[in-house]
Design a protein around this ligand. Structure first.
Ligand code: ADP
Length: 887
């Protein structure tokens, strides 16, 4: 009550922000006549003028109105589109580092040009992030004409570019690419050995399209660069054989559908142990220390069998398990669940088990995008997640009014007793609408449900198209026609598809489809023109028909867990003032209702009296459902927040490691760092083996001698030294130091100062990567085990933080030992052909720049290693004489 009262009195925060933006819109409009009268050349010259003024101390804010006016005028001349006033507001919101919520069809691609142009003036590179490569290339191609006119360069990052091409793209004023490409380049850059090899510049400003998909839906899946680990496919099969049986007995495990977790019951554990022993996989008890790996396999296999369903979470095709994007229903070929789950699914489906990979580097999108000093985004649906954007990313969502008022009419939900009745009702409505010539778009939550509805329509002999992961290839042509009179399109979640359903049909896509069928010879300029004109005429006619029939009718066959996804579906209709309708159908058997809205909802149903085949439509129910959705959204947010808390621990460490690594890389030589390491190691050894305030007799001289030999390859006769008069800790320390330093200098002389400098840096960097990689693995395992600590009344996150911190310390200790001991063992090689040489960094160890990039996950082949290069194990020997020796 009070809130509503306050709202009418003061206006919402959103209204106030809009009011401010409106003032600037007026200023920009006031500049319009002036820029309109400029010649093309004078308009173009504005860019260099702005840059000059920036140099002289003006800020981007000072230039904003003028720059927007220039960009708008240039777009009008070059693209034939003049930014609407609301689009100017969108541009300002982006410039302010906020999220612009603008509905589908409001022209976000054009909106971005304003903030891109203004920020690119700073010369530090603006990144425009899209959800797929197609959109990156398309948007870049379409908008680069404008940027070029304004004197700015545009680059695109897509898979399979060489490092040189990537570097060139990053050095453009504006760079388009997907979140995956940007993220992988960041990770790869931090695995390079020289600054020159890096491709990215320091971050400045990122504008993220479909920001909710990237920062919320994808936030939980980290980008991972991995290399092959040991093969354990046999174990997967053996465990699968056992778990296939165990999972058939619900008494053996407890499943929580809400949390998507499953654990073995006591009887389950017993049964598994017995079966595994029979298989010869298990010795001793399952939870014995030596069986951690087996337990891990069992757990993943149990999940694969009880929580993941074929054709819902994944499909099997070409001897592969291919994941399905929960939000778009698309196949995510190449994307794999991590940590052995994917292999467990492969075992379950009896397809080839791909080799497991080991993480070499990883980052979540959350943490990647938080690296940008300025971040902004746009999407049709962000308001429902405004809290999350604010809390996690410090991004404020501004809801921007549509250019023309929305004409779509949204009906209340219809609720049925059973799913079957619901689908029947949907089919009835489809037939009804179809008869009027209105196109229908039906959204479903899974491929299975799409097919179920499709069968139902086929029985009734109603022609329709199905858009889902299975028919990926035909997607463009189906969407092209989805707005044609009487078209019926069934689609699994429509999010992020980035292609418009236009009333009457999408002429661009239709032309493209028609041209595809022609050979090069057939495709004359004339022919193309005829086709284009034909399509345009056809679409124009069809548009009128559809407009009259009432626009696109959107039917939802279930409510999604998140209101945002429902809104995305709804938003497909009613773009740019088009007419349209939307209606959702539900049943008491739907997951959302079954799991989250049982008690009150059931009672309400009874009160309202629900009969077979009849629907209940009541605003109450919409409210109750919205409440259920809010509950789930909040829970999912909590889960993401929790993941983030854990990830933050690793993130802090990664930042530290990358910064340190970069410092080493930038340094001309790292001799000081390594000398410091030697000194520190010696001190530590003495601390450990010489108890405080003791006489030489109490010192652990023998052990000390052995350890010194182990690290410095130097045998010092400590037993004799300690017999000398006046021997004390100080003297011992300085004498050891002297010897170590002298031995090291001898190595430097043997090898040559120049080579040694290169070697030191190389060994420091490769050892750093090696210990970091091992540390990452350790953190993974720590995290998996940490949940169990909760039983011991301890806060797992705290425990995790403490131990991770401790492990980080161990990692640094290990780094020192490795670096120093490798360098202490460097010797020139005597053989004639193998004179010790370091042939320039690239030759030593080069990471393939075209490493196999897949979405969400990159598999890195073993590094390419020249046989004459130094062995990466840090021995200081040539690879062919060390680990790469062919016996
Ligand atoms: P969104 O991403 O917001 O759904 P798009 O960027 O795909 O929208 O644009 C939708 C359509 O509107 C495109 O065909 C685009 O060319 C057109 N459009 C956008 N802004 C304008 C404008 N100011 N004037 C004319 N057409 C525009």
């Amino acid at each position: 009550m009070l809130a509503r009262f306050a709202h009418t009195l003061f206006g919402s925060a959103n209204d106030r922000a809009l009011k401010n933006y409106q003032k600037r819109v007026a200023l920009i409009n006031g500049l319009e006549e002036g820029v309109k009268s400029l010649s093309d050349e004078d308009l173009q010259r504005k860019t260099s003028e702005f840059r000059e003024r920036l140099k002289k101390g003006e800020s981007l804010e000072d230039l904003q109105c003028e720059a927007f006016a220039v960009c708008r005028e240039a777009a009008r001349r070059i693209l034939g589109m003049r930014h609407f006033d609301v689009q100017l507001i969108g541009g300002m919101v982006l410039h302010d580092g906020r999220i612009a919520e603008m509905r589908t069809g409001e022209g976000k691609t054009l909106v971005a040009t304003l903030a891109v142009y203004l920020n690119a003036l700073a010369g530090k590179g603006v990144h425009v992030v899209t959800v797929n490569d197609y959109l990156a290339s398309r948007d870049a191609a379409e908008m680069s004409v404008l940027y070029q006119f304004l004197g700015l360069s545009t680059g695109v990052i897509v898979p399979n570019l060489s490092d040189d091409e990537r570097r060139a793209a990053y050095h453009c004023d504006i760079t388009y690419g997907t979140n995956n490409e940007f993220g992988f380049d960041y990770l790869r850059d931090n695995m390079k050995y020289t600054l020159q090899e890096m491709v990215q510049r320091p971050f400045f400003h990122a504008i993220v399209d479909e920001v909710d998909s990237i920062l919320i839906d994808e936030a939980r899946t980290p980008l991972i660069i991995s290399g092959p680990a040991e093969d354990s496919s046999e174990l997967y099969r053996q465990v699968d054989k056992v778990m296939a049986v165990i999972s058939k007995d619900p008494g053996h495990y407890e499943k929580d559908e809400k949390l998507r977790t499953v654990i073995l019951t006591e009887s389950g554990v017993e049964a598994v142990e017995e079966a595994l022993r029979d298989e010869g996989v298990l010795a001793g008890g399952m939870y014995d220390a030596q069986n951690v790996e087996v337990v891990h396999h069992v757990q993943q296999s149990l999940r694969a069998h009880t929580l993941f369903a074929r054709d819902v979470d994944y499909i099997v095709r070409d001897n592969k398990v291919i994941l399905i994007d929960e939000f778009t229903g698309r196949m995510m070929d190449g994307r794999r669940y991590s940590d052995g789950l994917h292999q467990a699914l492969e075992a379950k489906e009896a397809v080839e088990i791909q080799k497991e990979n080991q993480t070499l580097a990883s980052i979540t999108f959350q943490n990647y995008f938080r690296l940008y000093p300025k971040l902004s985004g746009m999407t049709g649906t962000a308001m429902t997640e405004a809290n999350e954007f604010a809390e996690i990313y410090n991004l404020r969502v501004i809801e921007i009014p549509t250019n023309v008022p929305v004409q779509r009419s949204d009906s209340d939900d219809e609720i049925y007793l059973t799913e079957a009745q619901k689908f029947n009702a949907v089919a009835n409505l489809i037939e009804e609408i179809h008869a009027t010539g209105q196109p229908v778009l039906v959204g479903t939550t899974s491929i299975e449900k799409s097919e179920r509805l499709s069968d139902l329509l086929a029985q009734r002999k109603v022609l329709h198209n199905v858009l889902n992961a299975r028919h990926h290839e035909r997607e463009a042509s189906i969407i092209a026609q989805a707005g044609s009179p009487g078209a019926i399109t069934i689609a699994t979640n429509m999010a992020g598809r980035g292609t418009d359903i236009k009333l009457g049909g999408n002429p661009d896509l239709m032309v493209k489809e028609l041209l595809k069928g022609l050979t090069e010879e057939e495709l004359t300029e004339e022919r193309r023109k005829t086709i284009e004109e034909g399509v345009l005429a056809q679409v124009k006619e069809a548009h009128k028909v559809v407009q009259k029939a009432g626009g696109l009718y959107v039917i939802g066959t279930e409510r999604h867990e998140s209101r945002r996804v429902d809104n995305q579906l709804r938003g497909r209709s009613g773009r740019q003032g088009d007419p349209g309708n939307s209606r959702f159908f539900l049943s008491l058997e739907d997951d959302l209702i079954r799991i989250f809205a049982t008690g009150r909802m059931g009672a309400m149903m009874q009160k309202l009296g629900l009969k077979e085949g009849e629907a209940i439509i009541h605003p109450w129910l919409n409210k109750a459902l919205e409440k259920a959705q809010k509950k789930v959204e909040a829970r999912n947010f909590d889960m993401r927040k929790n993941t983030l808390k854990y990830d933050d621990v690793m993130n802090d460490q990664r930042k530290e490691v990358y910064a340190q690594r970069r410092e080493y890389m930038e340094a001309e030589n790292v001799s000081d760092v390594i000398a410091e390491m030697r000194a520190r190691l010696i001190e530590e050894l003495l601390d450990r083996h010489i108890p405080e305030k003791t006489f030489p007799e109490a010192w652990e001289v023998l052990t000390l001698r052995k350890e010194l030999f182990g690290i410095f390859a130097l045998d010092l006769n400590l037993e004799e030294w300690v017999l000398e008069d006046e021997m004390d800790e100080e003297i011992l320390l300085s004498r050891i130091e002297e010897n170590v330093e002298q031995a090291y200098q001898e190595i430097v002389e043997m090898v040559g100062q120049e080579t040694m400098t290169l070697l030191e840096k190389h060994i420091l960097l490769t050892s750093f990567d090696a210990v970091w990689k091992e540390h990452l693995h350790g953190l993974d395992r720590l995290r998996q085990g940490i949940g169990l600590r909760a039983y011991g009344q301890k806060d797992p996150l705290n425990e995790y933080k403490q131990e991770a911190f401790q492990m980080f310390g161990y990692m640094l200790d290990e780094l020192r030992r490795r670096v120093v001991s490798s360098l202490s063992r460097v010797r020139p090689i005597a053989a004639a052909d193998s004179q010790m040489s370091v042939e320039g960094d690239n030759d030593i160890l080069s990471l393939p720049s075209d490493a196999n990039v897949t979405q969400g996950h990159e598999v890195q082949e073993a590094p390419v290693l020249s046989r004459n290069a130094l062995c990466p194990c840090g021995s200081g020997l040539k690879y062919k004489h060390c680990c790469g020796r062919v016996e």
